[in-house]
Design a protein around this ligand. Structure first.
Ligand code: HEM
Length: 418
């Protein structure tokens, strides 16, 4: 068979899977009334009533493909922390390089080895390095926005701030950083699956372009090391038993970009969205901007950017009376766990003063818990504090437009005035 024929056959199979999957999803929602399928089809709608129904149905519900899902906080935590659950089946073949998300999708020992290389650069101890940069970036972005009077918070603040942080972390100049952000957005947007053949093609093109861009930056940094994370990683690079294999470097950079960008954009968007929906909470923040940290924490609980993750069982086991087979996946519904009334009093109430919010799962738990948490929380805290100080009269200038779920939740557009 010629290369062209192979390509055509692959495209046809991919299209059949994509559109056949959609038809099956319609049946699962409307004929089988499967709550998990309903959640997956929620699009830009409100997922929280569905999580409540899933939790009310018992510790687990079954997905249309025979896997499991839970919105119960204790169960989600047990699965995330379970030593006999992982992010890939034991002995699984490696994913295609374009979608290799480095140690986020690796079990130990690879996970441990790679995470150890990155963690020090993102630790709470390094935050002082970022604070001044964050304050000056937020100040500049708010000055620009103030000139416009009415503006969209997403492109004005929520998107450029995490880009500036990732650029600083990886030591990337602003012009290339803007390109990285565009590719990162395209790839991050694919976390919830492909919308169409055209979307799949755009994602592949972005993945290849991003790889080339990182390869180029890495080559330059190899010749001229700096004090950035790529230079630190290059120092650990080698063949064979070295800490970092050469082929692992680009996927690692790509994962950092995707994991740190889209998530933080949506933290900022969801936090401001919730504050504008609850004017008394916004007023409390304006009266005391030191509440910005509490606002970040409550927003992460109330409306987390990453709504779900998954773990696969290495053994036949049982949790809360539910048999779980070796190789069966459990969908951990973070957005649902964060509204579990067994842990959070009046979970649907957005309240900066709550004292039971610390156990939210927005950053996951266990060995894959978010390594960027300190920097993400700092970004959110600086942004909300300065927004409350500089624009105390902030209010909506139109309806927010939300991105389609199921993986990542947040506004695409958030028009405001002040
Ligand atoms: C509000 C912003 C953020 C949220 C909500 C978030 C959320 C998460 C979640 C839920 C996971 C774990 C996924 C799982 O258990 O399967 C994770 C992992 C990770 N995050 Fe974040 N993240 C945020 C910001 C960041 C930032 C700023 C960075 C880096 C600059 C980052 C880097 C990572 C990395 C490297 C992992 C993989 C950890 C591992 O597998 O050991 N994240 N994040």
């Amino acid at each position: 068979m010629t290369g062209r024929a192979v390509q055509l056959r692959r495209t046809a199979r991919f299209a059949a899977d994509l559109y056949g999957g959609r038809a099956r999803a319609v049946i699962d929602v409307h004929v089988r009334h499967n709550e998990f399928a309903r959640l997956s089809a929620v699009g830009d709608g409100d997922p929280y009533p569905i999580y409540d129904r899933i939790r009310a149905a018992g510790p687990f519900v079954t997905t249309p493909s025979g896997h499991l899902a839970s919105a119960d906080h204790a169960i989600c935590k047990e699965v995330l922390r379970g030593r006999r659950f992982g992010v890939e089946p034991e002995g699984a073949p490696r994913p295609e390089p374009a979608f290799d998300r480095s140690f986020l999708t690796r079990n130990p020992p690879d996970h441990t080895r790679l995470r150890r290389l990155v963690a020090p650069a993102l630790s709470a101890r390094r935050l002082a390095d970022f604070t001044a940069m964050l304050e000056s970036t937020v100040g500049r972005l708010l000055d620009d926005a103030a000139g416009a009077g009415t503006f969209d918070l997403m492109p004005a603040l929520a998107e450029p701030l995490p880009v500036a942080v990732i650029n600083r972390l990886l030591g990337i100049p602003a012009d290339e950083g803007a390109l990285l952000a565009t590719y990162g957005e395209t790839l991050g947007g694919a976390a919830s699956g492909f919308r169409s053949l055209r979307h799949a093609r755009d994602v592949m093109v972005a993945a290849r372009a991003l790889t080339r861009l990182f390869e180029d930056i890495i080559e330059r940094r190899r010749a001229e090391p700096g004090d950035d994370l790529i230079s630190v990683l290059l120092a650990a690079e080698g063949d064979g038993d070295a800490e970092l294999r050469a082929v692992e470097l680009v996927p690692l950079c790509r994962m950092l970009l995707i994991a740190g960008f889209e998530t933080t954009v949506n933290l900022l968007g969801n936090a401001v969205n919730a504050l504008l929906d609850h004017p008394e909470q916004w007023s409390a923040l304006v009266a005391d901007p030191a509440l910005a940290g509490a606002a970040v924490k409550e927003s992460l609980r109330f409306d987390p950017p990453v709504q779900r993750t998954g773990r696969v069982s290495f053994d036949d086991t049982e949790i809360a009376g539910q048999a779980i087979r070796r190789g069966q996946w459990v969908n951990v519904l973070i957005g649902g766990a964060n509204r579990d009334p067994a842990v959070f009093r009046d979970p649907a109430v957005f309240d900066l003063a709550r004292d039971d919010g610390y156990d939210h799962l927005a950053f996951s738990s266990g060995i894959h818990r978010c390594v960027g948490r300190p920097i993400a929380e700092l970004e959110g805290t600086v942004a909300l504090r300065m927004l409350a100080e500089r624009m105390p009269e902030l209010r909506r200038a139109g309806a927010a437009r939300m991105r389609a779920m199921p993986m990542v939740r947040g506004p695409l557009s958030l028009p405001v005035t002040f």
